[in-house]
Design a binder for this molecule. Structure first.
Ligand code: MRU
Length: 367
């Protein structure tokens, strides 16, 4: 996607130095566009843990490039053990997004099959680039499938504005390109459909207020920022035609882990007969977990709830406290929306009902 008319991905290997991987530091957005360099697997792990990079797809791609950086550093005599150890360290950074484990596992399986350290490094680079490319391509295709849903709603409204509510940032910043929930939105806007997006601010990290709004601004998509508690009222007032959210992990039975607060939107959507869609690449599917209640939910620092960050009067980035000193806070990063509240999943292979049989059939997996 473009930032000020220049094309970017969220992560890319430095064309001038094969030992460097570049990322956009998302903690500095939307106020400053800062490109950071990753040179070690530890730096890649830190970038994931501290949310310089975030979002399911991008966490997976960063882990994949982190494994490439590990391959570059691995001692010849002890390559496989070192490489596997770096994989374990990356896995420990964030527990909920399943793309992380998927990417590390893909690297481990591909690289250990190679004979020499040079061949292992080459393979690891190829895999990282392939994961990044396939993430971008899957998101582009999610846009094409999701567009059909928006088009139908637009026809039903005889060209009237289609109001779409989204939560958090499942935009291109959360992936390598395009995004999951935002990809159909960009496709609809490019097609000239009249759309408008309600953007949940998404406390405590404000991915909606700071990242989704910024992305939509860059693409010129009409949108309005709302506080996290507003969606239900808008649905009751018939001002929401559909909800599209992303996912950090979706069980093969259709339960959806996504940013905290998603479940409440799904409940409100069901009560108001508003369709609730989840957009995800198949790399976000968890084939081992049958029940969403068993998905590990990341608990982050209470400091994120006790503070808020933004731009001060002197245009400097600042963080301020929002509660009296000594207040206790609890900070779960995600919740799980049961499959029964999900209208359909939008994937790169098509739109599918959120149940075990339909998902397995679409993904060509045995039941
Ligand atoms: O904690 P984050 O920002 O990494 O959480 C990820 C998200 O932005 C959302 O949960 C998103 O809707 C799904 S990731 C594509």
């Amino acid at each position: 996607m473009k930032i000020n008319n220049v094309y970017y991905r969220t992560i890319w290997p430095d064309p001038e130095n094969e030992k460097v991987v570049k990322i956009i530091d998302q903690r500095r957005l939307p106020y400053n566009l800062v490109i950071e360099e990753l040179r070690t697997p530890e730096q890649a792990g830190r970038a994931i843990k501290e949310m310089q990079v975030r979002g399911a797809g991008l966490i997976g791609a960063t882990a994949a490039f982190g494994m490439y950086l590990a391959a570059l550093q691995a001692p010849e005599e002890d390559f496989d053990d070192y490489f596997a150890g770096c994989g374990r360290a990356l896995l420990a950074t964030r527990p909920t997004a399943v793309n992380l484990a998927w990417a590390v596992d893909r690297q481990l399986r591909a690289v250990t099959g190679e004979n020499s350290p040079a061949a292992k490094i080459k393979k690891s680079f190829e895999i990282a680039c392939a994961i990044a490319d396939s993430d971008a391509d899957a998101c582009r295709r999610i846009g094409e499938y999701g567009l059909q849903i928006i088009r139908e709603l637009s026809e039903k409204k005889k060209g009237g504005t289609v109001n779409i509510l989204t939560h958090c940032n499942a935009g291109w910043l959360a992936f390598v390109d395009y995004g999951s929930a935002t990809s159909p939105i960009y496709a609809a806007h490019r097609e000239g459909l009249d759309i408008h997006v309600w953007v949940d601010e998404t406390r405590p990290w404000l991915q909606g207020a700071q990242l989704t709004t910024w992305e939509l601004q860059q693409e010129g998509v009409p949108h309005t920022l709302i506080s996290d508690n507003t969606g239900g009222l808008l649905m009751q007032k018939r001002k929401v035609d559909m909800v599209i959210v992303g996912s950090d992990r979706t069980t093969h039975t259709g339960d959806v882990a996504n940013k905290i607060g998603t479940y409440l939107k799904a409940l409100a959507a069901r009560d108001n007969s508003v369709p609730f869609y989840v957009a995800l690449p198949s790399s976000t599917l968890d084939w081992k977990t049958d029940n969403g209640e068993d998905i590990p939910i990341e608990e982050r620092s209470p400091a994120e709830v006790l503070t808020v960050s933004g731009l001060g009067e002197d245009l400097k980035e600042i963080t301020v406290n929002i509660s009296p000193p000594g207040v206790r806070a609890l900070n779960y990063g995600f919740d799980v929306t049961p499959a029964r509240l999900v209208t359909a999943l939008i994937t790169e292979r098509g739109i599918v009902q959120p149940d075990r049989e339909s998902i397995a059939r679409l993904m060509n997996r045995d039941l």
